[in-house]
Design a protein around this ligand. Structure first.
Ligand code: NAD
Length: 457
């Protein structure tokens, strides 16, 4: 079934329909209308999957996607217009251009943590750029995957866009096909599998992966504001955010005050009994819940860390000075557990940062500009924020993506369109004038070249 679907999509792409801008806009508008209509139901499915609070679903999933759609519709004409660049004297006279062409038939694979956003946002880029697409949402958020399938099937013919639900088996079957582009969001481990499969066909990829994103706090900061912004960024979506601060590196002089302020902030955000709070999501699936529980074994808790096996609830937890070799510091946490590690010197920071691959995000809280610039220029990471968390994802004029272990490529807004397009370089010449120097015999050309060298030296 998957093989015949891929063939259908390839044939449809070959028909040239998706290259027509009017066609692309018609379908993007249909999608916009449907998503607006279904917005409340999408929020309900996110709640069903992992009790995602409605405000978080609107702010970090549906409205984000609708904004991407609006941007794409507003700019699709200018994004797809051939861009003229200046020519070189070697080719004079010529006009030089970059043409954007769709890759063809693309595969988009999404994870469960922002199951709607991370399925639809890349899809918008793929369609704006003129591709056909197969979307594979996560098996761990079945209600949301279900409504995505329903909406897509209502709007698109399957030869244009279709959804394949399922788990590893379906993913592997999809990856054994020859796509023209693969856009994958998920873990670094599976990202490597995707990259290997893509390499077999030299298929270009975007890999949006994870990693341990540090948050560094020096002794010049406003403690209450820092604590509130960290608590918000860490516990949104119950810590299941790819760019959430994974662990804190805090200057030893302000650690105690920061811990007190973090506890105060968590209580302000979720009350004295976070389990009763309507504003805290749950862990999306059992196996991840168990991994998080194991991470706390043998660790020193400063606050929180309560569990409920029935509801997959974990309360925000502050973990004191875990060892670099401990389970919680081994892998990306991806949950509401926050290790707090104190540092004394920039050497201590280096020891921690260089222990891991390049992270997806890095956050620095400091009023010391020189310190901030040293970190910004001294370390490689996907993107970040100074004196706040997560916000770099909210500006579609900024490319979003990782580097090294945290990913390959980037997207959002215009960058999505570019990621799903091949940039074709074209030089346009006329038949006149015909400048003879490039042709053999080179004797005359050599003489002129020598004279020119003499003139320019
Ligand atoms: P995952 O890698 O387990 O799954 C992602 C997709 O791959 C799913 O559709 C799944 O069905 C498929 N898959 C799983 N195992 C597979 C296999 N063996 N072969 C082929 N396909 C397979 O990721 P996840 O657990 O759903 O998501 C969590 C991870 O995603 C975290 O590491 C997080 O940091 C990362 N993430 C990154 C971003 C980003 O933008 N960079 C955003 C969200 C999540």
């Amino acid at each position: 079934m998957i093989t015949s679907l891929v063939k259908k999509q390839k044939d449809f792409f070959s028909s040239g329909s998706t290259k027509d801008l009017k066609f692309r806009k018609t379908y993007l508008k249909k999608l916009q209308k449907a998503l607006t209509y279904y917005e409340d139901q999408i929020c309900d499915t996110l709640y069903e999957d992992f009790k995602k609070p409605k405000f978080e679903s609107l702010a970090s999933e549906t409205q984000f996607v609708l904004f991407e759609l609006k941007e794409a519709l507003k700019n699709i004409d200018s994004w797809s217009r051939p861009k003229r660049v200046s020519g070189t004297w070697i080719n004079f006279p010529s006009s030089d251009w970059i043409y954007s062409e769709p890759y063809g038939n693309v595969l988009i694979m999404a994870p469960w943590n922002y199951p709607f956003l991370l399925s639809l946002s890349p899809l918008i880029g793929a369609l704006a750029a003129g591709n056909t697409a197969i979307l594979k949402p996560s098996e761990f958020t079945p209600a949301t995957s279900g409504i995505i399938t329903k909406i897509i099937a209502e709007i698109f013919p399957e030869e244009y866009v279709t959804v394949i639900e399922g788990g590893i088996k379906e993913s592997q079957e999809l990856l054994s096909q020859k796509f023209d582009y693969i856009f994958f969001t998920g873990s670094t481990k599976v990202g490597k599998i995707v990259y290997q499969k893509a390499a077999e066909n030299l298929t270009p990829v975007t890999l949006e992966l994870g990693g341990k994103s540090p948050c560094i706090i020096d002794n010049t900061v406003s403690i209450p504001v820092t604590a509130k912004r960290i608590a918000w960024g860490k516990f949104l979506n119950c810590g299941q955010t790819c760019i959430a601060p994974d662990y804190l590196l805090v200057h030893k002089d302000v650690k105690t005050k920061l811990v007190e302020a973090l506890i105060k902030s968590i209580k302000e955000l979720y009350g004295n009994s976070p389990q009763e709070s309507p504003d805290l999501a749950r862990i999306a699936h059992n196996s991840h819940y168990n991994t998080l529980k194991e991470m706390l074994i043998g660790e020193q808790l400063l606050f929180g860390g309560d569990f409920n096996d029935k509801t997959l609830f974990i309360s925000p937890a502050l973990v004191d000075e875990p060892d670099l070799k401990s389970k919680i510091m081994e892998d990306e946490i991806f949950g509401p557990l926050l290790p707090i590690i104190s540092y004394d010197s920039e050497e201590d920071i280096k020891k921690h940062l260089s222990h891991y691959g390049k992270p997806l995000a890095l956050y620095i809280f400091s009023k010391n500009k020189k310190f901030r610039e040293r970190l910004l220029n001294g370390y490689s990471f996907g993107g970040g924020v100074i004196n706040d968390t997560l916000l770099h994802i909210t500006n579609s004029k900024l490319p979003f993506g990782g580097v090294g272990a945290s990913g390959v490529g980037h997207y959002q807004g215009k960058y999505s369109f570019e990621s799903f397009s091949h940039q074709k370089s074209i030089i346009k010449k006329r038949f006149w004038p015909e400048i003879p120097f490039r042709y053999a015999p080179y004797k005359v050309t050599e003489k002129i070249a020598k004279k020119l060298k003499y003139l320019f030296n």
